[in-house]
Write a protein that binds this ligand. Sequence first.
Ligand code: PSU
Ligand code: MN
Length: 304
Amino acid sequence: MIPSNPYLSLSPRVREALEAGRPVIALESTIISHGMPYPQNVETALACEKCARDNGAEPATIAILGGKLCAGLTEDQIDHLGREGTRVTKASRRDLPILCARGMDGATTVAATMIVAAMAGIRVFATGGIGGVHRGAEKTMDISADLQELAHTPVAVVCAGAKAILDLKLTLEYLETLGVPVLGYGTQELPCFYTPHSGLKVDYRVDTPKELAAILRAQRALGFQGGMLITNPIPEEYAMPKDVIDGAIEQALREADQQGVHGKEITPFLLARVCELTGGDSLESNIHLVLNNVALASRIAAAL
Ligand code: PSU
Ligand code: MN
């Protein structure tokens, strides 16, 4: 049975799939409103939904609409989030009570999407990249709420690693402290979003959706409440040249610093600048890696 919550609103398709015990995966909406430009954001969100269905899972794109925590959106709702873009509040854990009480819209981050997925009983979630420990966090204390959520909320997140806009080494240390397993799908190396290579190691390499499902079941059987990070490298043919992407990231970080961008604005600022600086090439890679993650998440959900 799906637990009832006055703020939770499931689409008919998602409700039916969950009640029938069919595979369902969660998808986030900050990537739509704050992570990509219009109209590619809407096209990608719809392509993700199609990709999930092609791989045997019902997609539950998650967002806050009129104060309701929605799992499963219509095309019109996705289009609304894409067109409105950054006018939609970027919503992480701390934002949910206010947006619900005020009847507002919110584009859910990885953290907020995990919360809603867990409420609905969805165990697997696909996205592009998670938030993490920012470079310079020893001074700014900018550490994404995504990491704390991974510690507490029982949803497995499939991503292409984390972007080099973050301090990946510190992000792994933080996840270790929180007890979050970091797995590499078919690799020992932590993928670095636009490239498969970070030079850092994941905790374990896992080669099949079936084994990933077994690990998730064991985590549950142990009574652990936390999530899991499944990192899935971008396919080589879509990867960016390392020097190009590193150069763009360095420049975007310098500009953010000069312009005093901070807090929840920093991630969207860096994503948009990197896209501009690479002439849209990074967006192309971004779209392919997200679809690759959706396909894997769907296969894991099916194996569960
Ligand atoms: N990293 C990306 N693309 C994204 C995000 C992160 O490569 O779209 C988004 C995700 O929604 C993530 C959020 O949860 O940014 C993290 O924001 P913050 O660092 O402010 O917690
Ligand atoms: Mn932050």
